[in-house]
Design a protein around this ligand. Structure first.
Ligand SMILES: C[S@@+](CC[C@H](N)C(=O)[O-])C[C@H]1O[C@@H](n2cnc3c(N)ncnc32)[C@H](O)[C@@H]1O
Length: 468
């Protein structure tokens, strides 16, 4: 079995500076084109060493751009026993150290191999605790040199962004990234700039990265992510962008890295339908203020984790699958969230707004009640299923109207909490919009046909806000 780094047809095209079709032609026409060493029939992989030899013999090896050479160097380092994710961690840590102390790191990259190999790890560690352990410095010296060249060309932040994007392409099946339009919509529910933002399932940092753009004066961006490599990469990416970020690896539900820390905005797209979220271990956890989440209702654990971290008056904005709106097992917690005025809006997104989801998901907007607040007596229900192109504008408009006590338009309505507290506590927005209710044959949707009522003079009670 080959212990060499492997490349895909797309990588070969990049190496040779040609399109994918040319690589397919070469495979068909040249008997000596290297045979695949792995992958599948439709997506084969080849030995990088054999491919480079072949391209060189044929005079087809383009002088690849610097970034391609660095990526291939990184792949070479990862060809032996070292995981690609570990080498990515090193690349990130090295670029952070280079950013912090360019003179020392450049000096080392230029030094002879033995000195560079001996001092590299300590020099990087002096600036970051993100290096993988154990760490083999000598093998990484060529990569450190290549990274220094790439940083000269692109700057440290863009150099890492390039490598991170390439890494994610290679791991696309394992990494989930919330689409930016959905991220922006969720952040726009926070109408006052927050001082602190928390994403307890931060992945590659989709929410925290956009939050840094949207809230220029944000003081802290907190993220937790169960996958250690992803957490490291997100920490590097945000630090290189100058974000005031703290990203911690670990399980937010079982081992909360930010216990005792409040955020003005908690925003997240947590894992859905997670049967192993910690039900047994966490039975008596003080976060379950609204009730112990049933074993099959991990989403109700994430919602309450968010509320436990929200400052009084702070917002919690969470992406939630539709079944959570009306599953029998979650009825008591839904009722409690309503009764105590924590749930303020459920906004159903159009199908396809979040790809790879068989069903259209919703955004739930909650607010941690502040001491002395009168619990709200109504909640906003908005159904964006008919607004595939305009859902951002329509949903934000509905939310602002709700906060101001102005009448709603077609896709949204304000529902009295007392009308929701029945046997089902159905929070599916479509059930509460008259124009979307099914004909009441057999009374099926009779309760769904609650008319949009004009807001009372002081609607909607305590206004959701994010403290600055
Ligand atoms: C749906 S993805 C969202 C990722 C990211 N927030 C985004 O929007 O692109 C959920 C993320 O939560 C992480 N995760 C799953 N269980 C977790 C847990 N118990 N604690 C922290 N992170 C977790 C997954 O690894 C994944 O990165």
């Amino acid at each position: 079995m080959s212990n060499d780094a492997t490349v895909t047809a797309a990588d070969i095209a990049r190496l040779a500076g040609v399109g994918r079709a040319a690589v397919s032609n070469w495979r068909r026409r040249h008997d000596d084109f290297p045979l695949p060493v792995g992958g599948t029939a439709t997506s084969p992989t080849f030995s990088l060493g054999q491919i480079e030899l072949w391209l060189r013999d044929q005079g087809k090896l383009a002088d690849p751009p610097m970034r391609e050479r660095v990526w291939q160097t990184l792949r070479q380092v990862a060809a032996g026993d070292v995981e690609l994710s570990e080498v990515m961690s090193f690349a990130g840590a090295f670029l952070l150290a280079l950013h912090a102390d360019p003179d020392r790191l450049r000096d080392l990259a230029d030094a002879p191999d033995d000195r560079a190999g001996a001092e590299l790890a300590d020099a990087v560690r002096a600036h970051t605790d993100l290096l993988p352990d154990p760490f083999d410095a000598p093998a990484h010296v060529p990569l450190a040199r290549a990274l220094t060249g790439l940083a000269d060309e692109l700057g440290t932040a863009d150099a890492f962004e390039f490598l991170r994007t390439r890494y994610l392409e290679h791991h696309s099946r394992r990494v989930y990234i919330t689409p930016e339009p959905v991220v922006r919509l969720m952040l726009d529910f926070c109408t006052e700039p927050p001082g602190t933002v928390l994403d307890p399932a931060c992945g590659t940092g989709a929410f925290l990265t956009v939050a840094q753009d949207v809230y220029k004066d944000v003081r802290a961006l907190l993220g937790q992510e169960i996958d250690e490599t992803t957490a490291r990469m997100t920490a590097v990416q945000l630090a290189l962008r100058g974000a005031p970020a703290e990203v911690r690896p670990g399980d937010s539900l079982r081992d909360d890295a930010f216990a005792g820390r409040d955020a003005d905005l908690v925003v997240t797209n947590p894992p859905f339908n997670d049967r192993n979220w910690g039900y047994e271990e966490l039975t008596g956890d003080p976060r379950w203020e609204y009730g112990l989440p049933p074993r099959m209702e991990s989403e109700l654990a994430w919602l309450q984790h968010g509320l436990a971290h929200a400052a009084p008056g702070g917002l919690v904005v969470v992406l939630i699958p539709p079944a959570v709106a009306n599953r029998r097992s979650g009825r008591r917690i839904r009722a409690e969230l309503l009764r105590r005025g924590a749930l303020r809006a459920v906004v159903g997104l159009p199908a396809g707004a979040v790809p790879n989801m068989a069903v259209a998901v919703s955004v739930w907007v909650l607010r941690r009640p502040a001491p002395g607040d009168q619990p709200a007596d109504d909640v906003l229900m908005a159904d964006m299923s008919g607004e595939p192109d305009t859902y951002h504008k329509v949903a934000v408009d509905a939310w602002r109207r709700y906060l101001d006590g102005r009448p709603q338009r077609g896709a949204a309505t304000v529902v009295r909490i007392i009308d929701l507290l029945d046997d089902e506590v159905d929070l599916n927005p479509a059930r509460h919009l008259p124009q979307r209710a099914a004909p009441a044959a057999g009374g099926g949707f009779a309760r769904g046909a609650i008319a949009s009522r004009p807001p009372p003079p002081n609607c909607p009670g305590p206004s959701p806000r994010c403290r600055s």
